[in-house]
Design a binder for this molecule. Sequence first.
Ligand SMILES: [Zn+2]
Length: 421
Amino acid sequence: MLLPASVASLESAPLALIIDLVRSGRATTRPELVTATGLGRKVVTQRVDQAITLGLLEDGELAPSSGGRQARTLRFKSRAGYVYGALVGASEFTAAVLDLDGSIITSHHEDWAVDLGSERTMRRLGAAFAGMARTTGLARPWGIGIGMPGPVEFATGRLVAPPIMPGWDGFSVRSWFRDHYDAPVWVDNDVNLMALGEWTAGKPHDGRDMLFVKAGTGIGAGLINRGRLLRGDRGAAGDIGHVHVSDDPSTRCRCGRVGCLEAVASGWSLLEEATRRVQESPRLSALAGPLALGDIGAAALAGDPLANELVDRRVQALAEVVAHLVNFTNPGVLVLGGGALRTGPRFTELVAESVLARCTDLVTQDLVIRPASLDQMEGVIGAGLLAGGGLLAPASLAHWAESGSPLGHAADLQRLSAELG
Ligand SMILES: [Zn+2]
């Protein structure tokens, strides 16, 4: 018999907590779990046994002795199940099969224009998943995590008035996948998932609060505070691309307003201005066909004056907004990601210079500023972690622990995650 969600989640909270402590490496032996949770030894032993029966934990080697009897370490079995994850960008997507810890088993990258519409994009993603299911034999994911390049209402998985995605307003990515897969689906904004992936799997890992800023075709930010993503009330936190930074009427944004940060500093505005002024650069004007962002990045790296002028102006505008965010949120680490990294180390240096000049001493004293470390894969890793985390949340575990697997419980798991956030 099913217990009401709230009661069930209380009962299984120790199980979820114990698995989370081992999974994150914060406690790796039974005595450490007793200390970390404040639970009695008997309860810890019972819950560890339950997690081992579920296939989520296993005994490892003996821990180094601290004087008394050596305790056996516990390990999270990240391959107990697997999830599908995808990160959709404005002009490309990456899809992957991942384990419960966000490690990629296999991945697929493809150039794809998101403005081709919702149905075509979803079908294309579905085809990518089907291809990977064939090559890996992993055709029944426990869950699915998807990142989208626009505002996502987190509770429902719906796009809400995405500026660069005509026809997507109100489209539920979650419903589409729920109609095609018997698995719960979690959908988030792309930058949130990049932040989650980098915070969890990036290097160096120091566990401090992280502000992740993506500068590419679009611009956005994600904040991890005490290990949790800050989503705000509906899921729109960090969506900085359309904050007002200029009154210049020539800076018309794709959202229809004037003077948005994206209109002044994004990759698409860079491409637009470089194309308009291409004759000023012998290097760029010698290229055949329409310019691509990669061309401008390469030209900037090679010291092309026009490319550098255009990139530097954008980095300055971005850095000013980032400095406000850093002052406001006081992160331990500021990570810069997105296509702008392809213009070379100068991007990170310029942002760092500006942030350090504009922020208060207490904010900058221990602040680390670095580029993203996962070779543009942090977003799809974050998508996998989102699904893995959803499956292992107390309410979800409470529901499927008794039957031993989340497979076959998709509708209930989805309902629980909607109820409990
Ligand atoms: Zn705008």
